[in-house]
Design a protein around this ligand. Structure first.
Ligand code: GDP
Length: 362
């Protein structure tokens, strides 16, 4: 499953946010997933289209896509040198697909700030520096080995060049995600498992009175995100905790009273999808309506592989109805009669919202 790690300095609101996540997780209990450990919360990816499709398919079983959120506490200045939980912390980050970085953007004299004052730019730099230093150390080791091996294996030379470029850039304080510029570099760079190459989403945590517009601190975060090829959202961790406590039917009204369309958690999930270049297709039958997560740009066989590897191996064709056609015609049969069902081959690039039946050999 898709994994996002929640990081941030102490006292920025991570636990508050994470508690809201685990409270929401209870709602996912009807679904067949396993809970792994207390630091991992599994949440459903909100998608209004599932409800609509379930009415058309005449089934009450809806299986949404899921995302895992991991609480990675313990990052402090010096983590890359083993301070705090240091290395353990960094190894947890290595396992996630994207980083949700909670940044304190609220003033509260009762909640001490580890560095004495609310300063988003400094907080962001502190954490980023630890990731960069950890990467720098591991790249220096890698470069030595690569250089040695490249004497015999000339095909390693591009990796040597990239390693040198990365060390240079990391040494100047630039995260790897800004250094891996071309598709070629991105692909080649994967072998280094760099922490600072992971996509970042800043969650600027404000008091509820600063929702939804934010404040001068969130403006600083927005500026940094803009420069860094990262995303940012304004959330209130405390408000998320309150939302999670409400019965589901009372949430829309509460959100509206705060001027919000969606909870911060749902916005985090959707933005993470976007950040990772993911989207959704559906299967819809009497048994269930199911959302499947795939890479944008994935062709039909790869999409089939999200269901089962046998579907990918034995792929023959995909019968596709666009979501909007399904809704406007009101049933699979009517869409089919109107000529809206397309038979697509293995080159077909699946679109967001496609409703698909795969034909395959077993
Ligand atoms: P963590 O160390 O990053 O996990 O931070 P916590 O979630 O434990 O939050 C630290 C303290 O800040 C707690 O007392 C929270 O209640 C408080 N807190 C979190 N978010 C907000 C907020 O938006 N406004 C205010 N005033 N306090 C908050």
């Amino acid at each position: 499953a898709l994994r996002c790690g929640i990081v941030g300095l102490p006292n920025v609101g991570k636990s508050t946010l994470f508690n809201a996540i685990t409270a929401k997780q209870a709602e996912a209990e009807n679904y067949p997933f396993c809970t792994i450990d207390p630091n991992v919360g599994m949440v459903l990816v909100p998608d209004k289209r599932l409800q609509q499709l379930s009415e058309i398919a005449k089934t009450s079983t809806i299986i949404p896509a899921t995302i895992e959120l991991v609480d990675i506490a313990g990052l402090v200045r010096g983590a890359s040198k083993g301070e705090g939980l240091g290395n353990q912390f960094l190894s947890h980050i290595r396992e996630v697909d994207a980083i949700v970085h909670v940044v304190r953007c609220f003033e509260d004299s009762n909640v001490i700030h580890v560095h004495g004052k609310v300063d988003p730019a400094d907080d962001i730099a502190t954490i980023e520096t630890e990731l960069i230093l950890a990467d720098l150390e591991s790249m220096e080791k890698r470069l030595d080995k690569l250089k040695k091996n490249a004497k015999k294996e000339k095909e390693l030379l591009p990796a040597v060049d990239l390693a040198e470029k990365l060390i240079d850039g990391l040494g100047n304080g630039t995260p790897a995600r800004l250094l891996l510029e071309t598709d070629e570099e991105k692909l080649l760079g994967k072998q280094f498992f760099l922490l600072s190459a992971k996509p970042v989403l800043y969650a600027a945590n404000v008091s509820d009175s600063d929702l939804p517009e934010g404040n001068s601190f969130t403006a600083e975060v927005a500026e940094i995100a803009g420069k860094e090829d990262a995303k940012m959202l304004i959330i209130s961790a405390k408000t998320e905790a309150e939302i999670a406590e409400l019965p589901e039917e009372d949430r829309p009204e509460f959100l509206e009273s705060l001027g919000l369309e969606m909870s911060g958690l749902d916005r985090i999930i959707q933005t993470a999808y976007d950040l990772l270049g993911l989207h959704t297709y559906f299967t819809a039958g009497e048994k269930e309506v199911h959302a499947w997560t795939i890479r944008k740009g994935a062709a039909a066989p790869e999409a089939a592989g999200a269901i089962h590897t046998d579907f990918e191996k034995g792929f023959i064709r995909a019968e596709v109805i666009a979501y909007n056609d399904m809704i406007s015609y009101g049933s699979e049969q009517k869409a089919k009669d109107a000529g809206k069902m397309r038979s697509e081959g293995k080159e077909y690039v699946v679109k967001d919202g496609d409703v698909i039946v795969f034909r395959f050999n077993v």
